[in-house]
Design a protein. Structure first.
Length: 551
């Protein structure tokens, strides 16, 4: 391989200037990359006296050169290459030029260790890169049967041709990107579900998409050059729109520019409909234009009306339910209290012995069943009141340890009946807490009685109360059968009971934890349940010492 930088700069032929002038002129009309490659090979390089020329591109794949055009021994006639030669960048003479982005001249190919043999009579080679903004677009390669044929003047000429090619390839790429971008925009414009309408400053329709026709009921070409306000806006609103357009044209910061607002449109049939509209204003070559982006919101408005009607119906139904429950509470509680009271009198044999022991058993059963039914009615009424936002809390400053003590008296008898060891650990430094005393008692009694109910005979139930980070925390723990993880998340839903199988099912409405969870949330607190099969369950209640609205 030799260095030709000191060789003479003899002209390449008398037609050099004519060929290059023709090239510069014809570049304007060349329409694609393939046509450019063939033009350079056959109409420029060949006519400048080069016996061989191959043009490679690597624009689609920067790691591979693809043969695009060839003249000479490899392709003496025609502008067709059946099998495009592909050379990895970095291999052979052309691959090295593409990789290094520097021209290479080889005087004797027989002494070149990276030359890939192609044509037997080839002795020397010159190759230059086609570069644009530091990127290799391809190479121009030429081979000759004469040793040391290529001079510095040859390389300069090929380099100049390559620079003109690079400029044209950039123009072709940018032109194609512009055309493809415009095509994408037109596609988006035509298929957009929103109507897109452009009018001049005079209000005449300049451009619109199919959705505009669909929304307003016009044919494809029926709106061109028509006054948009006059035919698309109800007559009663037209004056307002003319004033609006005038204000937008003179005030770039108009509050309705580039923002969506609701208005009324008019279809070709004269039917009015609600629509959402956004307007933008701009100028092109001094001419002002307005483009509106609009959508028919008739269905959305109808859905809103349906939603409001459904809400009103639900409120009426809820009111009816509340009235029914209030009536039923009176109608059920009155006889239930009588049943429970009389059964207690009978069971206690206040007016004398019953005679048969079975009568006393029956009286006890009546009493237990009556109390159970009364508790169920009370739970349903409590939950209904909470769901209807009719359960009013009376917040006071109370001592949680005192309420805990009162509740323990009630639940300790339940534990004793099942021979359950009941214990409590209440911190001595508890500060007063803001809460509804009745609801707080209901929370504690529900949780503790629930733990006792689901703990086997001879088991253990414990309650721990402490203060941490401005919260007072109650933990009710039992060593009962426990629950699977997938059961825990449903426990606070109404009518869900913590049971494992039919052998361990306990009586109850399944409303206790739902009521507890609601009451805890009304106190701005949190309820957390942790359980493991065979190990028991722990329920944590975290209550803020001060209610948020009073902080």
């Amino acid at each position: 391989m030799g260095d030709k930088t000191d060789l003479g700069l003899a002209p390449l032929g008398a037609d050099y200037v004519q060929v290059m002038n023709a090239f510069a002129v014809d570049l304007i009309s060349i329409s694609d990359e393939k046509e450019l490659a063939w033009y350079v090979a056959r109409e420029v390089v060949s006519k400048l006296g080069f016996k061989d020329c191959v043009v490679y591109y690597c624009m689609e794949n920067p790691s591979e050169l693809v043969q695009m055009a060839a003249i000479g021994v490899k392709n003496p006639i025609g502008d067709l290459i059946v099998n495009h030669l592909k050379i990895p960048v970095g291999q052979g003479v052309t691959g090295r030029v593409a990789e290094s982005q520097k021209a290479i001249v080889i005087d004797d190919l027989a002494n070149c260790d990276f030359y890939i043999p192609d044509v037997e009579e080839t002795k020397s080679e010159a190759c230059v890169p086609i570069l644009s903004e530091g990127r290799t677009l391809g190479v121009i390669d030429s081979e000759d049967p004469e040793l040391g044929f290529y001079t510095k003047h040859h390389v300069q000429t090929l380099t100049f041709i390559a620079s003109l090619m690079a400029a044209k390839l950039d123009l072709l790429r940018k032109g194609r990107n512009i055309r493809e971008g415009e095509l994408r925009r037109r596609k988006i414009f035509s298929v957009s579900l929103d109507g897109i309408l452009t009018v001049s400053s005079q209000g005449n329709v300049v451009e619109y998409n199919k959705s505009v026709c669909d929304i307003f009921g016009y044919d494809e070409k029926e709106l061109f050059d028509k006054n948009a306000i006059r035919i698309l806006i109800p007559e009663r609103l037209q004056k307002e729109y003319y004033e609006l357009v005038g204000a937008m044209e003179t005030t770039s910061s108009h509050p309705l520019l580039n923002t969506r607002f609701e208005t009324t449109g008019q279809r070709k049939s004269g039917e009015e409909f609600p629509m959402e509209l956004a307007i933008t204003h701009y100028k092109v070559n001094g001419q002002g234009y307005f483009t509106g982006f609009l959508r028919d919101i008739s269905e959305m408005k109808a859905a809103e009306v349906s939603r409001r009607n459904a809400l009103m119906e639900a409120e009426r139904a809820n009111k009816t339910k509340s009235e029914f429950l209030a009536t039923m509470s009176h109608e059920l509680r009155t006889p239930l209290n009588a049943i429970i009271g009389f059964s207690e009198v009978i069971y206690g044999e206040i007016f004398g012995p019953l005679g048969s022991a079975r009568y006393k058993e029956y009286a006890e059963d009546i009493q237990i069943s009556g109390k159970h039914l009364l508790n169920l009615v009370n739970d349903i009424l409590d939950l209904s009141a909470i769901e209807a936002n009719e359960h009013v809390l009376n917040f006071k400053t109370v001592d949680l340890s005192e309420i805990m003590h009162d509740c323990s008296i009630i639940v300790s008898d339940l534990a004793a009946k099942k021979q359950i060891t009941y214990s409590e650990d209440v911190a001595s430094n508890l500060k007063p807490i803001e809460a509804d005393p009745r609801s707080l008692s209901q929370i504690l009694i529900n949780l503790i009685s629930n733990a006792i109910k689901f703990t086997q005979v001879g088991g253990e139930v414990s309650v721990k109360v402490w203060e941490e980070d401005g919260q007072q925390i109650v933990c009710v723990r039992d060593n009962g059968p426990g629950l699977a993880e997938d059961q825990i998340e449903n426990l606070t839903k109404p009518f869900v009971r913590g049971q494992i199988d039919s052998q361990t099912t306990q009586e109850g409405s399944g409303l206790g934890l739902a009521i507890v969870n609601s009451l805890v949330q009304m106190h701005a607190g949190q309820l957390e349940i942790k359980s493991k099969l065979g190990e028991g369950t722990s329920v944590f209640v975290r209550l803020p010492r001060r209610q948020p609205e009073q902080q």
